[in-house]
Design a protein. Sequence first.
Length: 513
Amino acid sequence: MEPDSEIAPAASARAQRSFALGSPATAVLLLFVTLVARYATLGNPVLGFDEQFYLLVGDRMLHGALPYVDIFDRKPIGLFLLYAGARLAGGEGFVQYKLLAGLFVAATAFGIYWTARRHVNEFGSVLAAILYILWLNFMEGEGGQAPVFYNALMIGAGALLLSAVPRADGLVAKGMAALLLVGLALQIKYSVLVEGVYFGCAFLLLARRHGVSLGRTALFAAAMIALALLPTALVALYYASLGQWQAFVFANFVSVFGQTKGSFAREVVGLASFVGLFLPLLIVGLIGPRRPTAASSALERRYLIGWLASAVFSVLVYWRFDAPHYALPILVPAFLLLASALAARRRVAIGFAVTALVAGQIVLAISISAKGGDREARAVAALAMPTSRCIFVYNGYPALYMLTHSCLPARWVFPGHLNTADENNPRALGGDPQVITRAILAANPDAIVDTYPVYKFGNPAAHALVMQAIRQRYTLAGCVATRGRVRLVYRLRGDKGPRAIESCPAKLRAKIG
């Protein structure tokens, strides 16, 4: 048995030397993989409804609009500032925000690599980082959803926590830096709160473990809490200085409680789809080594599992599973844990990554087919081009306001705020959606954009108001079809705007009158 025990470490050492990129080369590789994996999305201005809206808000901020006051939404202002920054890069903004998001993706992936390298070889660490990039395409993370940005901050906080596990030196500085990163992440999306609480508690446990006195631990806790809340407090003070404290508080902290949750059956189906997205990762994880050999590594693994549990809990407690991007925060600790399995099974890991790359491109193609891409978006924009008034995107691409250079018909310009059942509550919006819709229609927007078939989880009362206005004052100007749905553009009767009624199928024209 002794010769075998000598040969195994030697073989392992040779394998490690055979794959040693180093940090600079790994950073370049991850940037390249990010570009390849996301290249198909760059020219698509209507990648996701959420990010279309974020870009619209960022764009209007540069023209003086103030989030929560002039445009309603619940996302923290940090997310809109990122999109405003992308607009400063020139162009239409659609490519620019995706390039910015890609930099954050590559930074997050590099953070996964760097953190995993503490106890996993180069190969496993690099593959874990690459798979993070590729897995985003399965979960609506191919563009600029909020977790795409804040995951980069959370891997920084997580890396600081794990580095503080084995030794006490620098513990306080690491904890304060980590919670400041959490505070910045909170200004991208508040859902990171649960992970932030976990990080704070973990640092306090480490402080006691390393012999820090109870009094100093209490001061440490206060400092971490203050730093985590600092960015949000600064934003709140800014709004208070403008006399808009109530608008800020309502949008950021109150309105979410006015939303209606989906039915239990609907959410369970969504949860099952979430589980399906993570099932391949679980299978690969089970074929790898289960226990670290070093005691310090085992302790870090326990803290890492705690991080994963907090990320999972933050998703479950929100109890909305209709969009897979809600689960994106789970990917960072999940791939850190998966790195050792990838290191142990190289052929499986490479095959897994290649399969993920190809499958991810198929998913992107299917998504474009269903939602539409650049051609479809610009075709709808051409039909909806305003002549003297705003357009009203009741159910369609939020990007149309930018593509048509339209003014905004109301504070509530994200279509889902007025056309979905879960927002049909004045306590969710700060105004009755039917009253808002009626006011928009009373201004006779130049064009109304809707989608057929009618959204099954929509707001029937608001839709009835739209259809009533259409029957009274509008005619169907044109249609743009994607797989499974048709974008409908209605224009005021007698206006001189573009029309292409021949683009609408005869059966559809007859059905919608």
